[in-house]
Design a protein around this ligand. Structure first.
Ligand SMILES: [Zn+2]
Length: 278
């Protein structure tokens, strides 16, 4: 597996980059790609820490981690991390979905209870077989639901979505079971900052609900019966924080049979990385 970090460097500081790193300068930012674990990664990490200490402006604005696997790594994977990249608004709460937030964790905002069917605005849903609202509500197509039923995949609860105008043929996807993340799973603010709190927000809930703001590593799970029994499930622990409509969200996992279905049925909106069992 090759892990590459993409960064959008603030051009105020791009001259600090080692000459061995050639980026793509687009005016206010320079986009760079560096493989993790290399000397270049280490030197960029040191610059990021130095800038954070000495300046109020950010060294970089955006970041993302891309993992590329070879064929063998994909074929031999016992478990996958399911990534839903299409995110949309408005969220359920803005369209009339009712939640009970009285039992929310006062630190991280986890544990709200959905009281009514997920209600959304018809035209806001991406034309994909899976997507999610910014509040983490997962939306799936009828085609996806039928494919899962035909193949007898386990662990998926699919409830009809209601539109506030017109008929819906979309469903909300909920995991029926959970598994515990292991300590090997790394989360933090960004790849150079593993802080568990910032400006009054606590990203690693002392009650154990959340492990950090963003997932930074491939996920690792403690072995549990859920892993063998279900084709789809979620992590017990979440990442993120309650902020406006945002809520902490679990990490989703799926079996090789689930991934095979997505590939064979050419379902859209899904991305996969390898997940590990500790
Ligand atoms: Zn909490």
């Amino acid at each position: 597996m090759k892990e590459v970090l993409e960064l959008r460097i603030n051009n105020t500081f791009s001259t600090l980059l080692p000459t061995s790193i050639v980026g793509d300068d687009s005016g206010p930012v320079t986009k760079i790609k560096i493989e993790t674990g290399t000397p270049e990664f280490q030197s960029v990490k040191e610059i990021a820490e130095k800038v954070k200490k000495e300046h109020t402006e950010s060294f970089f604005y955006g970041w993302s981690i891309k993992r590329n696997y070879n064929k063998k790594e994909i074929e031999h994977a016992a478990l996958f991390h399911l990534i839903i990249s299409n995110v949309f608004e408005p969220a359920g709460e803005e369209c009339g979905t009712l939640y009970d937030e009285t039992a929310d964790c006062e630190i991280c905002g986890s544990n709200r209870k959905q009281l009514t069917p997920l209600t959304l605005k018809q035209n806001s849903i991406p034309k994909k077989d899976i997507s999610q609202t910014i509040a983490g509500e997962i939306v799936i197509s009828e085609k996806f639901v039928i494919a899962c039923q035909q193949r007898g995949l386990k662990g998926l609860i699919t409830n009809p979505i209601v539109f506030n105008k017109g008929n819906s043929n979309f469903f909300q996807l909920i995991a029926s079971s959970q598994a515990e993340l292991s300590q090997k799973t790394i989360a933090g603010i960004n790849p150079f900052d593993l802080s568990i709190s910032n400006e009054g927000e606590i990203y690693k809930c002392p009650k154990g609900h959340t492990i950090g703001l963003n997932l930074l590593s491939e996920p690792y799970l403690l072995n549990s019966p859920s892993i063998k029994e279900y084709d789809f499930f979620e992590s017990v622990q979440k990442t993120g924080i309650k902020r406006g409509l945002l809520r902490p969200a679990p990490i989703y996992f799926c079996s090789p049979a689930f991934k095979k279905m997505i590939d064979e049925e050419k379902l859209t909106g899904f991305a996969f990385e390898v997940a590990h069992i500790d």
